[in-house]
Design a protein around this ligand. Sequence first.
Ligand code: HEC
Length: 269
Amino acid sequence: MLTKRKLHALFWVALLILGLGVALTQGDEEIDPYKEAERQRELFRQTSGGILPGELYAAEGEELFTRKRGPKNASLEACDFGLGPGKLEGAYTRMPRYFADTRKVEDLESRVVSCMVRLQGFKPEEVGRDEVKALVAYVASKSSEMPLQVVPKHPNEITLYNLGKELWYRRAGSRDMNCSICHDTYAGGRVRLSPVRSPRQGLSNEWPAYRFEADKLYTLEDRIAFCYESVGVHPPDFYSEPMIALSVYMLTEATKGKHKFTELPGFTR
Ligand code: HEC
């Protein structure tokens, strides 16, 4: 069995060899980040017998999903992600959405938590972030490369869309920044050398993803938190209403732009 650690060791050796090659052939030429991600992805594939790190997280998630756990000794197979209990195929393409059982709009991450609480009997504070991430990777993998279908209809969904839009434009922090300044103003261009996209250009359609620069799996909420931190603003808590609202806003706009998910879990910088 190829463990994550072995995979990483192989990867760094390959990276070193390739890195030397790049240094010799390219000089100071700027590397295209998308091509670079593609190159790293192929490198992983070649050095790991075809397995990408994101797939290892998803496998971990599948194991957590089907195993009986928690005070109620239950699996998560009865968890309804909107298409019926245990129906995972394409479920993520319609999330966040309103759930009648919790009377809340939930994204995939908060839905995993509420199912662990209701079905398995965990207390919310007992639910570990790493297990949520693995479970998210597994459930999202069942919507890989499918078209996004987030269309707010329920009044609570519309409320959250509006809140998300407001947060998108709300200036905060000592630098008086908002999401729009980077993602709309520079859409299609670059911010600090990184290419940025607007929501209509499909922003947020590659998460959860393995970020090779961080060597970690990031969910959409992790990625939102990262952008807040990068401008020195304290991010909203995980699973909180502002987090879910921003996801509703971005994924609705990406749906309007007729985007698909990338391969999920994604593989990115
Ligand atoms: C200072 C500029 C800046 C601000 C402000 C900013 N971002 Fe970002 N954002 C970036 C950059 C740069 C990236 C990385 C693009 C890459 O590496 O592909 C990024 C990436 C992202 C991504 C993932 C990229 C993708 O293509 O899916 C999401 C989602 C995102 N930002 C959401 C937000 C949200 C929500 C806010 C407001 C809370 C925000 N960003 C504020 C610069 C910014």
